[in-house]
Design a protein around this ligand. Structure first.
Ligand SMILES: [Zn+2]
Ligand SMILES: [Zn+2]
Length: 149
């Protein structure tokens, strides 16, 4: 996912458009993203403008089911001489991915009110109430009360 900026350098006002699909799989996280934008030579400095749309699929932090999130954001930055620029090759895919990680939720939930799994029997409480007694909850509450006293 690299673009060659050779053509842009030294040509004020020129643009290099791009439209990339990015897929990445890492442990339980799947990313399918699109990076659409351009690099423009503005009075000799290179300006990156892109819109990133990403479909993220991960494991729900509460019930371990599938949690899907969609994020979309814009990046506007000067092309700097950093790890993403090697010679005249700009690694758009890596810039997009780094920003996806920054904009990603800290934890995924299959839905905001996911009830999670019962800590006793492991049943998915989104699918119904289990038979575990309420004593366990009372016990936890009394521990909490003690801590508060
Ligand atoms: Zn869940
Ligand atoms: Zn239970």
């Amino acid at each position: 996912m690299k673009i060659d900026l050779t053509f842009l350098i030294g040509n004020d006002g020129f643009k290099t458009p791009f439209d990339f699909e990015i897929t990445q799989k890492e442990k339980d996280l799947r990313i399918n993203a699109n990076a659409l934008g351009k690099v423009t030579n503005v009075l000799g400095s290179l300006q990156l403008d892109m819109r990133v749309s990403a479909d993220l699929s991960a494991v729900c932090a509460r019930c371990l089911g599938e949690a899907v999130e969609k994020i979309e954001f814009d990046i506007k930055e000067k092309v700097e001489d950093d790890e993403n620029l090697k010679g005249s090759l700009l690694d758009i895919g890596n810039i997009a991915l780094q920003n996806i990680y920054l904009n990603m939720p800290l934890r995924f939930l299959c839905r905001s009110d996911c009830k999670g799994l019962c800590s006793e029997c492991g049943m998915d409480l989104n699918k119904g109430q289990c038979k575990c007694n309420d004593e366990a909850i009372d016990e936890r509450l009394s521990i909490l009360k003690k801590l508060l006293d």
